[in-house]
Write a protein that binds this ligand. Sequence first.
Ligand code: SF4
Length: 308
Amino acid sequence: MVLPAPFVTTATDGRSLVPGGQVYRPPSEADSLLLQVTIGCSHNRCSYCAMYREKRFAIRPLAEVESLVAAFAQGPAAPSGRVFLCDGDALIAPQTYLINVLQRIATALPWVRSVATYGDCRSILRKTPSELKALADLGLRMVYHGVETGDDHAMAAVVKGARRAEVIEAADRLRQAGIRHSVIVLLGLGGVQGSERHALETASLLTRIDPPFVGALTVTPVPGTPLWQAQQEGTFVLPDPWGMLQELRTLVAESALTACQFASNHASNYLPMRALLSRDRGAMLEAIDQVLTKRDAELLRPEWRRGL
Ligand code: SF4
């Protein structure tokens, strides 16, 4: 998820377009223009996350964002026709601010077809359904949401700042507004002890919210995070690769989704896959079962090729 960001360069006035340091975006936004409207994450407490620990959360002044958009207007269009609003949770910004940003994008960058951002329960539920609809009407088409788990115990343990019921409400509001919901879940988040419950509860939550996109990543404790500390102290035990695969199998087998692109092809995963779950479930399960049966590490992505 670390950016090779083609559009994050130096502004015409010499300021860095990334004053808050490194920015992140979903893999599928690789060809999008990245517009950093917030710096860091307003929550910044999830025990496994190191992305914004060095950043103090701030919403960039509107005038600064407008000057960035004006600078981008002098450059080429993004190949995808999309803009991604960074950083961690740009949706947390006030409604009037976001409306101004989206209007400015629409006016100054006529090639933009859609805008996406990260969001979470706090930021989605802070907006009323009609406010979300207003953002959708101005071009916000996708919210990437790190749901991570459907298990309330695991959510509380990693200080996610949300509960399963709130995820359901957030998903319903996005759907009503016509904003696509791209859900991220984290294999291994419940540890060995909570592994089965995490996988089953996550599958049942996915079935309930029925998102069009699900990305399964594998939790990787990062030095300096509370989860890494817990691992060092032995209070959190990460499932081994076969345990991770078993969780993936449960997700694939137990999630009943209407038309979901399901991907486990993130660099953190041991077995990359991408498929339309309703159509390809059988083939996916067969592939997972073959690996689980053989238990041959050669069939997994090697550790040296895995990353965050
Ligand atoms: S909400 Fe997202 S960006 Fe913020 S701390 Fe949690 S995982 Fe990291």
